[in-house]
Write a new protein. Structure first.
Length: 647
């Protein structure tokens, strides 16, 4: 067994008692340069790079071989070939979107516009709102259509109003004008200004990201009559016909932000038709730009890459090509990835780790002193029904309906959207498929799904530095153990705790226990509200936006340490083992971020900046203070009465 940690990255001049993050990662932070095609880079992203290279090798090997017509390997090869066929793409220019632009141009009235909105939704051009099919949060064994706000081309509604983003708004107008001009549309400068004006009105109706996290406020179940009443004047039948959605699909829907839909319906009637047609033409160009000729690609990157994230260089074409294949044929690629990169021994070790983390959670819940026996038992009942999924799905997606043409990139992507839309709609009237995964096996991430009460760990994240078959327990529990604990923790965060073990929104807490929980989470919000990233002077973390992830981090690492203790068969972890545990945690968050990207993430990302995912978490953990003998006056000191312990 090895420690599994590269100690050469530690900074000798920094003490862990003052700054664990820089003690572990200081040398790496000083010497590492963010790759030119990235806005952020670190341990997570290096693993993404490895997975991307692995997938590239699979794609290129597949593309170089001969495969039967219609087979999944042939589709992978043909889709990648279509992306890499720059000669055809350059020759076509804006021609692939000509038919979509003609649809908009020919709309004569509001009814025609609504029909076109539906038709374009089916082709992957997002409109004023979005829909998808998922489990009903109050009947988690049944599928239902969900509706949510949309219509913005900047990251969220704050970009249209906040003074911080005034320069970005100006750059956005210039960008829109350039792309409209490339597409040959009239009055690009005037249109761009009016498009910003219309999107600003749409943004006025948007819920902010904190309000949009409220799982109770965002559950509004309506029948068709209720939906019609919510959106006076909007012709749902016309939109449904355009989108290829049967009327029966909207017999009942869940609306996330009801007053947004009301505001959007009013705007469609009050804003003149030509303004909407300008905006919808822009949405077509915007959606297609990464798939069109180089002039479109470069201008799209100039704004969405350089301006918004600070990345100076466009990603190489092969990387974007692999991404396109991932988007359309992700699980077909996943089959090949798992066969080459995920040994059965890794799955077996993960099963053990997950079981140990669940056992540690059970121990902690049983010992909670702030929760009543009644609610504590319900929490244990929920924990007992968690479903872990590790590596890859038991059943793979069927891509037989997708037609792929090696000379038609844009058509391939459009057809993929239609196939996935049909797959989504086919769920209606069927039992919820509990074998479905929301991520592909090659994804470097993990998730908790409250409606399935499942924790999911794709093969992609089960690699060093997060998971290492050759590393000791301290290292694995401090890295992948904390990730497992984090995802379990989402089942008991401010959102997940509203769901029961069957995946239904169901209040299983007493009022007193909920108040005790919120007293603790309010302290956590206040801690994070005070944090200011070095990359964004004057801007602080939003403790309410990041609350769920912060609960996941704190609970995850706390429980991972308990699980590590349990793994020592009753013996107290020695000091060196505890240090390796916390070092593994800090090492996992080693990250450098460009200022533009840091500002963007601070606004829209429910995760805290990486250094705080390390330091702000361990400050609240008694074992960290004990391991490093942290004393009052040290940079990492937090008084015992100020430490937040929830789970």
């Amino acid at each position: 067994m090895t420690a599994g940690i590269d100690s050469s990255e530690a900074a000798a001049a920094v003490r862990p008692q003052d700054d664990l993050y820089r003690f572990v990662n200081g040398t790496w932070l000083a010497e590492h340069e963010i790759p030119a095609d990235k806005a952020i880079h670190g341990a997570f992203h290096a693993l993404w790079d490895t997975a991307e290279q692995d997938v590239r090798a699979i794609v290129e090997k597949t593309a170089a071989a001969r495969h039967p017509e219609g087979s999944e390997p042939r589709k992978i090869a043909d889709l990648y070939t279509s992306f890499m066929d720059t000669e055809t793409i350059e020759r076509l220019g804006a021609e692939p979107i000509a038919d979509q632009l003609a649809l908009v141009r020919d709309a004569k009235d509001l009814s025609g516009l609504v029909s076109v909105l539906g038709q374009l939704e089916l082709q992957g051009v997002p409109g004023v709102f979005h829909y998808w099919v998922d489990a009903d949060a109050k009947k988690s064994d049944e599928n239902i259509v969900h509706l949510t706000q949309g219509g913005l081309s900047l990251p969220d509604e704050s970009y249209y109003h906040d003074d911080n983003f005034a320069e970005i708004r100006s750059a956005y107008v210039a960008h829109v004008a350039k792309l409209l001009e490339l597409a040959g549309l009239p009055d690009p400068a005037g249109s761009a200004a009016r498009i910003l004006e219309l999107e600003t009105r749409i943004a006025d109706g948007h819920w902010d990201r904190v309000k949009d996290r409220d799982v109770q406020l965002t559950y509004n179940k309506l029948d068709r009559a209720g939906l019609e009443e919510l959106t006076p004047g909007f012709d749902w039948s016309t939109w449904l016909a355009g989108a290829g959605v049967p009327e029966s699909a909207f017999a009942q829907v869940v609306v996330r932000e009801p007053d947004f839909l009301t505001a959007a319906a009013a705007a469609l009637q009050e804003v003149e038709l030509d303004r909407w047609k300008e905006w919808l033409s822009w949405r077509i160009v915007h959606s297609a730009a990464p798939l069109l000729s180089q002039a479109f690609v470069d201008e799209n990157f100039a704004f969405y890459g350089k301006t918004l994230t600070g990345a100076p260089e466009l990603r190489e074409r092969w990387k974007r090509g692999v991404g396109a294949v991932e988007q359309s044929l992700g699980e077909a690629l996943g089959k090949l990835y798992v066969a080459e990169h995920f040994p059965p021994s890794a799955k077996a070790r993960m099963v053990d780790l997950v079981q140990n983390l669940v056992a540690a959670y059970r121990q902690r819940i049983e010992a909670l002193d702030w929760m009543s026996p009644e609610t504590r038992q319900r929490a244990l009942d929920k924990l007992g029904t968690f479903v872990p999924k590790i590596g890859y799905p038991d059943e793979w997606k069927d891509y037989s309906a997708l037609e792929v043409d090696p000379a038609d990139l844009f058509g391939n992507v459009r057809r993929s959207v239609a196939v996935e839309t049909a797959r989504d709609l086919a769920k209606l009237g069927q039992p919820v498929d509990r074998n479905e995964w929301k991520m592909t096996p090659q994804t470097v991430n993990a998730y908790y799904n409250p409606r399935m009460n499942e924790i999911v760990f794709p093969a992609g994240i089960l690699q060093p530095p997060f998971f290492d078959l050759d590393a000791d327990d301290a290292t694995n529990y401090g890295a992948i153990g904390a990730v497992i604990g984090h995802e379990i923790g989402h089942g008991f965060d401010d959102q997940g705790s509203r769901y029961d073990g069957d995946g239904n929104l169901n209040d299983w807490w007493t009022d007193e226990d909920r108040a005790a929980f919120e007293q603790r989470t309010d302290k956590l919000v206040a801690q994070y509200d005070a944090l200011e990233p070095a990359e964004t002077p004057g801007q602080k973390v939003n403790g309410k936006l990041t609350l769920g992830e912060n609960i996941g981090d704190l609970g995850g690492l706390s429980i991972a340490y308990v699980a590590y203790e349990l793994s020592q068969a009753g013996a107290e972890p020695d000091e060196a083992g505890s240090e390796r545990f916390f070092t593994a945690w800090a090492h996992a968050w080693a990250t450098k971020t460009r200022p533009e990207e840091a500002a963007r993430r601070l606004t829209i990302d429910p995760h805290s900046p990486p250094e705080f995912r390390c330091n702000a978490v361990v400050k609240n953990i008694d074992a960290f203070h004990t391991t490093y003998d942290v004393q009052e006056g040290d940079g990492m000191w937090l008084a015992p009465e100020d430490r937040v312990r929830i789970w």
